[in-house]
Design a protein. Structure first.
Length: 186
């Protein structure tokens, strides 16, 4: 059997062959149901069991308390760019920390719905260094502060999230972690 290539791309990664083989088998017949997952009704008992297991596993992995809902939505970071300001900004102020291409897109989209500004930017370093948190210009009335914790295009990643209260900010931190959520241990 030929050696499989290594994939060092920013997004998709190589999967173990056993995982790929199981997915291929279940594409035709998921656990004896006679149909593949992509053929199932999203209201059917088979698919509901998949959904419930995924929610249960995600809630456990991320320690999500029961008073919070988990929503499975398509769109990734780009979809989030509209959903977040439309639901959290209340049309007020939003501070976005620019760390690369994805956070620039987040700012541009948020500006369609609210008073969004760049609180900091690493553009001067050509997106190679994170802007120092102590230099962020955070507004006291910001509904939230937005960061992209992993800029896959520009290659910078936050290994620790900013401590907004230590910066004198009481706004919640909203993090686009769509490219690396659940990708590393605690």
């Amino acid at each position: 059997m030929p050696t499989r290539p290594f994939n060092f791309s920013a997004g998709p990664a190589a999967l173990p062959e056993a995982v790929l083989q199981r997915a291929a088998e279940e594409m035709l017949d998921w656990r004896g149901s006679g149909m593949g997952v992509m053929e199932m009704s999203h209201r059917g008992k088979e698919f509901i069991s998949i959904y419930e297991a995924a929610e249960r596993d995600l809630r456990e992995l991320l320690a999500v308390p029961p008073q919070f809902r988990i929503l499975f939505m398509q769109g990734g970071g780009l979809g989030e760019n509209a959903i977040v300001p439309m639901n959290l900004s209340r049309g007020g102020a939003v501070d976005v920390v620019i760390t690369g291409s994805w956070s620039k897109k987040s700012l541009k989209e948020a500006q369609r719905y609210c008073d969004a500004q760049a609180a900091a930017s690493n553009e001067a370093s050509r997106y190679t260094e994170l802007p120092a948190a102590r230099q962020w210009r955070l507004r006291p009335d910001a509904a939230y502060v937005h960061v992209c914790s992993n800029e896959t295009i520009d290659g910078v990643e936050m290994h620790t999230l900013p401590d907004l209260p230590a910066l004198g900010c009481s706004a919640p931190l909203v993090v686009d972690a769509s490219s690396h959520i659940l990708s590393r241990g605690a």
